[in-house]
Ligand binder design. Structure first.
Ligand code: EAX
Length: 322
């Protein structure tokens, strides 16, 4: 075959390949409310890298910031985005059973919380998402929440009396703060900083990783290490989006989500180790001597209500988990 014919053949083939569309990547959008340089950012990025690698880039994971968690979950429900990485803050409004893990002082420490959520208890809660048109893919972590405010040092329940405290859109948390005599004001995270700047609220509560990542030291003077509630996070996805994956890709996505959860928890652990010192360095007055027993005693009426209105048996099972 002459050189000319061979060149002609090669050009035609190149032309054919160029014309053939590159296999379209399937886009998966994950929204979360925090900066990229955060414990949520770390989790989402690890998931992205693991899933794109496992699928040879047949899938592309787009990570977007949306600091209105309820809105993001609604978008997952209607399918305008595929997934949301969110705290359980507003999740109980979609899957009521999740409110059980929002009870203050329910978890003793990180090992207890992570153990329960990774156990059958956590899996049974995830299974409750399907009937609500959502998929609970994996538990991630926000962290133990602490109170900050701009008015005074807080170390006992009486110190929060009459204080306007921003809470998440979460009736369990709101009940706790009203029981302490504070004035809980529920709002999305997107509204928090303006509300603190304008004095609409005096205080708020969040884990150290969130306070550090969002520079809340710039709008809050006092930090009290109340650790009053463990704040789980969760990756929630649209059933249709996951249903369109073949079995191997679905398994790869689940494995990537687990890798994301590991990276997220590692970041929380790291932020917990350095965050309080970092906030002191940024000028916050940190109260470490907190009368936790007094807060638990003051919350007794709320605990009694949770036993009645939530799943009392599940709460006991979680408390007894070892
Ligand atoms: O999930 O709303 C909140 O205070 C949450 O902790 C924050 O959005 C991270």
């Amino acid at each position: 075959m002459t050189l000319f014919r061979r060149l002609l053949g090669a050009t035609a083939l190149a032309g054919l390949l160029a014309a053939a569309p590159a296999q379209a990547q399937t886009q998966i959008t994950i929204q979360h409310p925090l900066p990229g340089n955060s414990h949520y950012g770390a989790g989402a990025l690890a998931l992205k890298e693991a899933f794109e690698r496992a699928t040879n880039n047949r899938f592309r994971v787009n990570i977007q910031r949306n600091d209105n968690e309820r809105e993001a979950i609604e978008s997952v429900q209607i399918g305008t985005i595929e997934c949301s990485l969110t705290s359980t803050g507003p999740v109980g409004n979609f899957v009521p059973a999740v409110r059980n893990v929002d009870v203050p002082f329910l978890f003793r420490d990180y090992a207890h919380a992570r153990g329960v959520l990774d156990s059958e208890i956590g899996q049974q809660l995830l299974a409750q998402f399907q009937p609500r048109g959502l998929v609970g893919v994996v538990w991630m972590e926000n962290g133990f929440r602490h109170l900050t405010n701009s008015r005074r040092e807080v170390s006992v329940p009486a110190d929060v009396r009459g204080m306007k405290v921003r809470t998440m859109e979460n009736p369990v948390h709101m009940r706790a703060f009203s029981t302490l005599g504070a004035l809980p004001t529920p709002m999305a995270f997107s509204e928090l900083v303006p509300a603190l700047q304008q004095g609409t609220v005096d205080g708020q509560e969040n884990p150290i990783p969130v306070i550090v990542a969002n520079n809340l030291n710039q709008v809050q003077r006092f930090l009290t290490l109340t650790a009053h509630v463990y704040s789980p996070a969760i990756l929630i996805c649209n059933p249709g989006a996951l249903g369109r994956m073949n079995a191997a890709d679905r398994a790869a996505f689940q494995e990537a989500a687990r890798a994301g959860a590991r990276a997220n928890r590692e970041r929380v652990t790291a932020d917990e180790a350095s965050g309080v010192e970092e906030l002191r360095r940024r000028g916050m007055a940190v109260v470490t001597q907190v009368d936790t027993a007094a807060f638990q005693t003051a919350l007794a009426p709320a605990f009694a209500e949770y036993e009645r209105t939530l799943d009392g048996a599940l709460l006991r099972r979680i408390r007894d988990w070892r």
